[in-house]
Structure formats: structure tokens, C-alpha cells
Design a binder for this molecule. Structure first.
Ligand code: SF4
Length: 177
């Protein structure tokens, strides 16, 4: 199944690369910027989680140790959290870089892009409010260019995957289950 998913994700990545290219005028993503991984829920399907963990098992022991330490910290934060939507720093973010980059999730790959949701609203990256992606064309909640016309939410993307995707949960819930 992971082999099938590996083929699927590599094909999908070509499409994402094209979207980034088409929107390059508005994109400020660069290596070392980890804003999208600093706080979020990170929805992952079962198949994506298996793919990510495949990369995790191949990491050096010291990196695995740091990730496990991050997970322990998040576990405590989650236990003390009283609100409805728990957001956290991704535990796989090590020294400002994704430690499982080649096997990152769909949500990670679409971070930074503006696209049209099913209900007609535009999903605009958070960093648009911080002078980064699309900030030239996003003012006072109004998006002034044509967004990408494909809904890039993971449940929509995975409809095209010819295999079992499993349920979708926040990344940390797969780990702390
Ligand atoms: S898996 Fe990697 S790209 Fe995805 S949120 Fe975590 S650190 Fe960021």
C-alpha cells in the first residue's frame, strides 16, 4: 500500500510544484521558514501517517530522540489544554527543518498556497497576515486575484488515491493514541 501511495504522492507533488510556480509572484516560502509548522493541527490520514513513520524509522537515533522529546512536551501541553482546538508545534520540526520532509503529509505540501474551497471561500495561508505569501493581494480579508481553483483539502485530494486512506486525525492524535 505504501508503494502505491508513494507513486500517488510523487505525481501529486508535480501538480503542487506547478501551483507554486504559477503563484511564485506572491510566494515567499524558502528553506528555513517554518512558520506553517510552528502552530497547527496538521490533519493526517492513516495512509499519510504510515508514510511519514516509514521515514521516521530511518532517521538517526539522535534525531528520533529529539522528536520523542517534542512529543512528550506536546503530550503535557495537550493534557493541560482546556479549549476546543488544540494546536501545537509539529514534533517533526527539528532545528527549523522538517526531519521527514520527503514523506511529509499532504497538508504540509499545500502549506502556503491559496485555493478555492467547496463553499466558495478562499483558503489563504496565515502568513498572508504577516507580510508573506499573497500579502500583496490579500487586504482586509479580501483576496484580489484568482485563487487556485482546486480544493486542496486532504480529503478532496485523497479521493483520487486508488487505495485505502483510512480516517483523518490531527497528527499528534495518531502518535498519542
Ligand atoms: S511533518 Fe514536516 S512539513 Fe509537516 S508540519 Fe511537521 S515539520 Fe512541517
Amino acid at each position: 500500500m505504501l508503494k502505491k501511495y508513494d507513486f500517488f504522492i510523487k505525481e501529486f507533488q508535480k501538480k503542487i510544484d506547478k501551483y507554486f510556480e504559477e503563484n511564485s509572484e506572491y510566494i515567499y516560502c524558502h528553506q528555513g521558514c517554518s512558520a506553517c509548522c510552528e502552530t497547527g493541527e496538521y490533519p493526517f490520514s492513516w495512509i499519510e501517517m504510515g508514510y511519514l513513520m516509514d521515514a521516521f524509522t530511518k532517521l538517526p537515533d539522535d534525531v528520533k530522540f529529539k522528536i520523542k522529546q517534542n512529543i512528550e512536551k506536546i503530550k503535557i501541553q495537550k493534557e493541560n489544554f482546556k479549549g476546543e482546538r488544540f494546536e501545537y508545534r509539529c514534533p517533526f520540526l527539528i532545528d527549523g527543518l522538517c526531519s521527514v520532509y520527503s514523506n511529509r503529509g499532504l497538508t504540509c505540501r499545500t502549506h502556503g498556497l491559496a485555493y478555492l474551497r467547496k463553499n466558495g471561500t478562499v483558503n489563504v495561508p496565515h502568513c498572508a497576515n504577516n507580510g508573506l505569501n499573497y500579502s500583496k493581494v490579500f487586504k482586509d480579508g479580501i483576496f484580489s486575484i484568482e485563487p487556485i481553483k482546486e480544493n486542496l483539502n486532504i480529503d478532496k485530494i485523497l479521493k483520487n488515491f486508488d487505495g485505502e486512506m483510512g480516517e483523518i486525525r490531527p497528527l499528534i492524535d495518531w502518535i498519542l493514541k
